[in-house]
Design a protein around this ligand. Structure first.
Ligand code: SAH
Ligand code: SF4
Length: 423
């Protein structure tokens, strides 16, 4: 994995704070008027299921290519926008499927840096995606590519003690199209800001993607929404869909061992990151309830199986939390595990979450931990934020939105741009 990707990893983790509060449909007139989705969304389909339907309708093969192009390259939101499809076909499509899009409630961050997108789903739930520029040296370069940190659930049932996503529990799984929709929604937003970059008929989908890297590290436990996630990732990976390389897609899990084995048996070469955060059962049990179900011995065996099947290096994510897992004594078990799994370690100083007692260790302590780990022969990265505090910006978005949702019974669906605080 490149250094660039590593930066994305930690940046994604550091900046993504998810809004757990959704407007109450009982009291929010706007959400009560949202139409209930009666038909399945077309972006839940695969090329072959669509091809089957098109053959039943006696449509020539090129019509399917045109449809896929509208869906995944041009990212349209209405059937009528598919101008090269006959009206009769558009009506047939509309009678079988809906064509959903996520509604952008708020966007935070500037064009030159990390940007957070707060989406409102059809049922009023809120989720967040984070767009991270591929290369800081290319800030402002509109031709640049980006990483997107993607959510997979509304809330999370795993309740890791340090994490904001699990604070209010789990609400529901995202459908495949809601996962895919985060990528398309961000790209659509980008295209609207840069109208001169609109794809031409000659463009290949993969040549026209703003996003060429995905980290499945947003709200929710991806492995607990495995089937929907796989369906979404297959569409995003397929040449007929997103065209994003499997090696450019990293799935992060808190440690659902059986699902890690299942992923190892899939044909695709998706990458795997483990949210370890403790290299002993004593530490993990204290902060991650999932460890009681799948203790370290079971987790590491599943990781070894993945390694054996895929031959791909795993990343171990390790948040440094003051007084919990940052003692130098923790380096040895971490180093032993990382070397056994041929894994590299991504050290992330904890980002404080309002209402939770955990703190990040000071910079010197983080550096000492990283140096000791490196000396033990493990490849590791440590991201120390310089300049503005990304986490504060993120916390602001969540708090501001929650406050506003509580204070007003209707917020318009328009995006609200907020500048990053100056460093
Ligand atoms: N559920 C999956 C993916 C989403 S969480 C998982 O746990 O891996 C993505 C990452 O953010 C995880 O590594 C998680 O431990 C980390 N994270 C959660 N809260 C954090 C915080 N306050 N500071 C830094 N990282 C955090
Ligand atoms: Fe947060 Fe991931 Fe734990 Fe869920 S599994 S509570 S998203 S760290």
């Amino acid at each position: 994995m490149t250094e660039e990707t590593e930066t994305h990893f930690s940046a994604a983790r550091s900046v993504l704070r998810i809004v757990m509060t959704s407007p109450n449909p009982e009291t929010n007139p706007e959400t009560t008027t949202l139409p209930a989705p009666s038909l399945p969304d077309i972006r839940n389909e695969t090329r072959s299921t669509l091809a089957h339907q098109f053959s039943l309708w006696n449509q020539p093969g090129y019509r399917l290519e045109q449809l896929l192009d509208w869906l995944y390259c041009r990212r349209v939101e209405t059937w009528d926008a598919m101008t090269n499809l006959p009206k009769s076909l558009r009506s047939q499509l509309a009678s079988v499927w809906s064509l959903g899009a996520l509604s952008l409630l708020r966007k935070q961050g500037s064009k030159d840096s990390t940007q957070k997108f707060l989406w409102r789903l059809k049922d009023g739930s809120l989720i967040e995606s984070v767009l991270i520029p591929a290369n800081p040296a290319l800030y402002g370069d509109s031709a640049d590519r980006h990483t997107l940190c993607v959510s997979t659930q509304v809330g999370c049932a795993y309740g890791c003690r340090f994490c904001a996503s699990g604070l209010d529990g789990w609400k529901r799984n995202l459908a495949p199209w809601e996962i895919v929709g985060q990528i398309l929604g961000v790209e659509r937003w980008h295209a609207e800001q840069n109208p001169s970059e609109k794809p031409t008929a000659a463009d290949k989908i993969s040549n026209h993607r703003l996003i060429n890297n995905l980290v499945i590290m947003g709200m929710g436990e991806p492995m607990a929404n495995y089937d929907n996630l796989m369906m979404a990732l297959r569409s995003l990976n397929a040449p007929w869909g997103g065209g994003i390389g499997a090696r450019k897609i990293t799935i992060s899990t808190s440690g659902l061992a059986p699902k890690i084995r299942q992923l190892a048996d899939e044909p695709e070469q998706f990458r795997l990151a483990i949210s370890l955060h403790g290299a002993t059962d004593a530490v993990r049990n204290q902060i991650m309830p999932v460890n009681r179900k799948y203790p370290l011995s079971e987790l590491s065996q599943a990781c070894s199986y993945y390694l054996e099947r895929k031959g791909k290096m795993i990343t171990l994510e390790y948040i440094l939390i003051d007084g919990v897992n940052d003692a130098i004594a923790e380096v040895k078990p971490l180093s032993d595990l990382a070397r056994r799994l041929h894994a590299k370690v991504n050290l992330i100083p904890y980002n404080t979450v309002e209402g939770l007692p955990w703190k990040r260790p000071d910079e010197a302590r983080c550096q000492k931990f990283a140096e000791t780990l490196t000396r033990s022969g493990v490849t590791c990265t440590l991201r120390l934020e310089k300049g503005h505090d990304i986490d504060a910006a993120c916390g602001q978005l969540r708090l501001k939105t929650e406050r506003e949702l509580a204070a007003t019974s209707a917020i318009t669906g328009s995006s609200i741009d907020q500048p990053e605080p100056e460093s």
